[in-house]
Design a protein. Sequence first.
Length: 327
Amino acid sequence: MSTAVAHPNIALIKYWGKRDEDLILPCTGSLSLTLDVFPTTTTLTADADAAADAITFDGAVATGSAARRITAFLDLVRAQAGITARARVDTRNSVPTGAGLASSASGFAALAVAAADAYGLALDERDLSRLARRGSGSACRSVISGTAVWYAGTDDATSFAEPVAGPALGMVIAVVDAGTKAVSSREAMRRTRDTSPYADAWATATAADLDEMLAAFGRADVTAIGELTESNALRMHAAIMASRPPIRYLTPQSIALFDAAAALRADGLDAWATADAGPNVVLLCRDGDVAAVRDALRERTGLPADRLIAAHAGPGARLVPASDPAP
Ligand code: DP6
């Protein structure tokens, strides 16, 4: 029996678009911050007598595409390990699933670490990152603590995440809507590639944004990091919105939060907005400013305290003793 914990990550430079759907090779590299909130805890037990994988999410039996995706992932691990035994998988999520709060990232990062251990694969951090990527692209970054860069690479061996040094950053997550999103990021990525006239421009601009971002990390330039973060997110949403039929993740409340970030900056408190494939907005700031940004947002937006989550850099995916409760 192996138990692993992983946390979600939020991209400062977004991953949006695959050059290889099977291997999950992205069109461009990306960069993110792994957080210390909303952990996923997954326990996996190989069971030679079982006819099929038995998967539960927060105690409820998983069926349909969610279960198939996990079995397909475990098949990869089993093929690598040369073991056919099915598994019992129990996953506990403290992040609202499918709400654009990166639950697939923490989910597949925890599953990769637990499955590799349970099936006897001795993988280093890079190989665990490559493995997690096969479950969900962004999961390769949740294997890494704190800030991580995911190199697009050109094949399975060269597409992985690793730590990147930089200033201490924090985030405030503004939960606009905790419900499941209408279009999954997997489907929306496909539609953007197939129908958005801006898909190629997005990829070209993002490759340049990542170079600039890595340079900004190198000189610990928080202002440049923040400005690139906000701009890259809006570029992603522009490309998504131009799909047909259109997909629009940002709601009026999301846009109001981008305005709120600008207002905070005008008041002398540095914070920049970003948003994934959903309406929730995340404000990036210096780590020491997290509490002040949260308070200022509360005052300015009227969002209740439980919808403004303070987050700091968190640990990469790791094994924990089975009895250990999620942190
Ligand atoms: C908007 O990693 O969930 O959060 O690889 O198809 O599983 P799949 O997609 P996923 O997409 C994440 C998209 C994003 C941006 C990001 O995290 O970089």
